[in-house]
Design a binder for this molecule. Structure first.
Ligand code: MG
Length: 163
C-alpha cells in the first residue's frame, strides 16, 4: 500500500435554476423565497456541493454517479439523506469529515440569518462538531446568472481525515 497522508481534500460546485415555488432548501433548511428551484431532488445546492466535495476527496466520482436523476429513488430526495450516504461511504473507507467550508452565491434570498441552522444540520449529518462546518455567502455583484437572479450556486471545500 502506498504511503499517503492521513488527510485528503475535495471541492464541489452546484447550481440550480430558480423556478416555481415559495422556498429553497439550503443546507437542509427551508428558506422562504418568492421562487423555488427546478430539481429532481430537493435542489439543495449547499448539500449537493458538499456531497460532491466529499466524493471528490474520496475519488469516488460525483453526485450524478451516486444519485442519478434517472433513478426514481432520488425523486424529491431529502439531500441530508444524500449527505449521510456520502459520509457513510467515507466511513466505510476509514475517513471522516475534518472540516467543511461552503460558500453560497446569490443575490437573494439572504443567507446569513439561516447559516447557523444550516451549520447545525450539516454538522449533525456528518457527525462532527459545529465549529467544523462553515457556511458563508456572497453575491456576484449583480453579474451573471446569479446576479440576475436566474439561479443559485454553491461551492464547498472539505478536508477528510483518517478515523
Ligand atoms: Mg444539484
Amino acid at each position: 500500500m502506498s504511503e499517503l497522508p492521513p488527510f485528503r481534500i475535495g471541492q464541489g460546485y452546484d447550481v440550480h435554476v430558480f423556478g416555481e415555488g415559495d422556498h429553497v432548501m439550503l443546507g437542509g433548511v427551508r428558506v422562504p423565497h418568492e421562487r423555488g428551484v427546478v430539481a429532481h431532488s430537493d435542489g439543495d445546492v449547499v448539500l449537493h456541493a458538499l456531497c460532491d466535495a466529499l466524493l471528490g476527496a474520496l475519488a469516488l466520482g460525483d453526485i450524478g454517479v451516486h444519485f442519478p436523476p434517472s433513478d426514481e429513488r432520488w425523486r424529491g430526495a431529502d439531500s441530508l439523506g444524500l449527505l449521510r450516504h456520502c459520509v457513510a461511504l467515507a466511513a466505510e473507507r476509514g475517513w471522516k469529515l475534518g472540516n467543511a467550508d461552503i460558500t453560497v452565491v446569490c443575490e437573494r434570498p439572504r443567507i446569513g440569518p439561516h447559516a447557523p441552522l444550516m451549520r447545525e444540520r450539516i454538522a449533525a449529518a456528518c457527525g462532527v462538531a459545529l465549529d467544523a462546518v462553515s457556511v458563508k455567502a456572497t453575491t456576484s455583484e449583480k453579474l451573471g446568472f446569479t446576479g440576475r437572479g436566474e439561479g443559485i450556486a454553491a461551492q464547498a471545500a472539505v478536508l477528510i481525515v483518517r478515523r
